[in-house]
Structure formats: C-alpha cells, structure tokens
Write a protein that binds this ligand. Structure first.
Ligand code: FE2
Ligand code: FE2
Length: 176
C-alpha cells in the first residue's frame, strides 16, 4: 500500500510540469473552498484519487499518469469564482469543467482520459457522466476534498488575498 509520502512523490513526478506552469500562480492566489486555494485543492484531489485507486486495488484498470494529470487540472478555470464579475461566473458550478478543459488544452497535451475526466468532473451536477474510471476517481476525490475544505475550522482564519499573492511571489522568487 502506498504511503502518503509515496503518493505525494508520484503526484510530483507525473505532474511537475503542471505544478510549475506560470498559470498555476493564478490558482495559488484564488481560494477554492474555505481557506484552501485552488492550487492546494487540486493537489489534495490528486493525492486522494491516487489513494482511492491504491486502496481499491484498481491499478490493473487505472492509468496513474492520466489520473494525476486530470486531477491536477480539473479546476484549471483560472479565475476566482468568489469575485463579482457582473454575473459572468454565475453558473460556475455547471460551466467550470469545460472552462478548465479549454484552458488546459492551451497549455498541455492531454489524452482522452484526461480530457473527459476534467470536462465531466462535476457529475452528477452536470448531466454527462465520466467515461473512464479515472474520471470517477477524480469526481469522488473532488467531492470529498471539497466537503472537508468547506467545513474545516481553518476557514475562519484564512489569510487575505493580498497575503496569498505575496507568498506566491515569494515562492516564485525562491524557486528562481
Ligand atoms: Fe470543480
Ligand atoms: Fe475541485
């Protein structure tokens, strides 16, 4: 059985180009649920999806790399859905899977498992179910992570957005 550290290492190995892409800076500056940024949420979903595949003994049916990449990009919509924008993102819950896929296709080469899993990760809120088992794992991991993050007590002590921007710039400087 994979340990937490092994799972995190797998996510870094198969998703390092995604995690280091400049557009991930946007995810690092946007809250997704509670006090968790979209960037941190995406990593949590990827780790949990791998954990499920491992504990459910699905490795003969699951493509690990596609699973990790789909999970890391499932919320790649690149805006803060809490911002008021004249109602453009009013239907965020229904539309952001498609928006994430469109953005991801501009920045990465995606196979059909990854494309389908990103586009349909909001099932059953959106009508089309995922076509691949990897998509179901992403959907399940996303729902569980979102619920945990939304109801976490940390949400009462979340840093202001300006603080997130500052720490994102600092982490970029440290890497440079
Ligand atoms: Fe989502
Ligand atoms: Fe999500």
């Amino acid at each position: 059985m994979l340990t937490r550290d092994q799972i995190r290492a797998l996510v870094n190995k198969h998703g390092h180009d995604i995690l280091n892409h400049p557009h991930m800076r946007i995810e690092q500056c946007c809250y997704q649920h509670g006090a968790v940024t979209t960037f941190a949420h995406s990593i949590r979903v990827a780790c949990l999806a791998v954990w499920f595949a491992d504990r459910l003994h699905l490795w003969h049916r699951v493509d690990l790399r596609s699973l990790i990449r789909a999970a890391l990009l499932h919320d790649y919509f690149l805006y803060d859905w809490h911002d008021w924008d004249d109602g453009v993102h009013r239907l965020h819950g229904f539309t952001h899977g498609r928006a994430a896929l469109i953005n991801a296709l501009q920045d990465f080469r995606l196979n059909r498992i990854e494309r389908d899993s990103i586009a349909n990760h909001m099932f059953p809120m959106t009508p089309t179910p995922p076509r691949f088992i990897e998509g179901y794992l992403v959907t399940m991991a996303d729902k569980i992570s979102a619920t945990r993050e939304t109801f976490s007590m940390e949400r009462f002590a979340k840093p202001a957005r300006a603080e997130l921007v500052r720490s994102s710039i600092q982490s970029k400087d440290t890497r440079a």
